[in-house]
Write a protein that binds this ligand. Structure first.
Ligand code: HEC
Length: 150
């Protein structure tokens, strides 16, 4: 009984990100893109929590900033796969690939901002880190507003 519920729990954990998007299952390249964005959101939120002093410890900041850079780079790479004609394409708008140079420039800017945040975090200067993280967060909304379905 116990192992059955454990198996169900494991299945639920694995199934949730895919099922959460409703009727259709995400194609693997889309699910992978989401995994990249999940690294981004979790590391960015974690870094904010540490900087605000709400939880965690200062020693977590650099590892979280490194994870954020990694998540941004994984996402940047993942979007190279054009999924316009793929079944189960998530919330990415076709416009991404229709105007790839523009989207790509937005991604380059995002990666650069995460790298600047990592550099600030490494200095141990909290107000500079907060400013750099704030700048990084601006990328989320400006890109989502244009390229992500609501
Ligand atoms: C240059 C564009 C761009 C930037 C910058 C960007 N995103 Fe995204 N994000 C997208 C797109 C497009 C999608 C939809 C992807 C899809 O459905 O395949 C998305 C999806 C997501 C998702 C949903 C993932 C899922 O599992 O459903 C989250 C969460 C997210 N982004 C968080 C963030 C956060 C937080 C930031 C900033 C720290 C950020 N994004 C920066 C373009 C961007």
């Amino acid at each position: 009984m116990k192992s059955l519920s454990k198996a169900l729990l494991a299945a639920a954990i694995i199934a949730t990100p895919v099922a959460a998007h409703g009727e259709e299952e995400l194609a693997p390249p889309v699910a992978f893109r989401h995994q990249g964005m999940q690294i981004v959101v979790n590391s960015a939120m974690g870094a904010m929590t540490v900087l605000k002093g709400e939880a965690g410890a200062d020693e977590n900041l650099v590892p979280l900033a490194e994870a954020l850079v990694a998540g941004a780079k994984v996402s940047q790479s993942a979007f190279k796969v054009d999924t316009r004609t793929v079944h189960g394409k998530g919330e990415a708008k076709d416009q991404i690939w229709a105007e790839w140079d523009k989207f790509s420039a937005a991604m380059d800017g995002f990666v650069a901002d995460t790298e600047a945040f990592l550099a600030a975090a490494k200095t141990g200067d909290k107000s500079a880190s907060m400013a750099a993280l704030g700048k990084t967060f601006k990328n989320c909304k400006s890109c989502h507003d244009v390229y992500k379905e609501k």
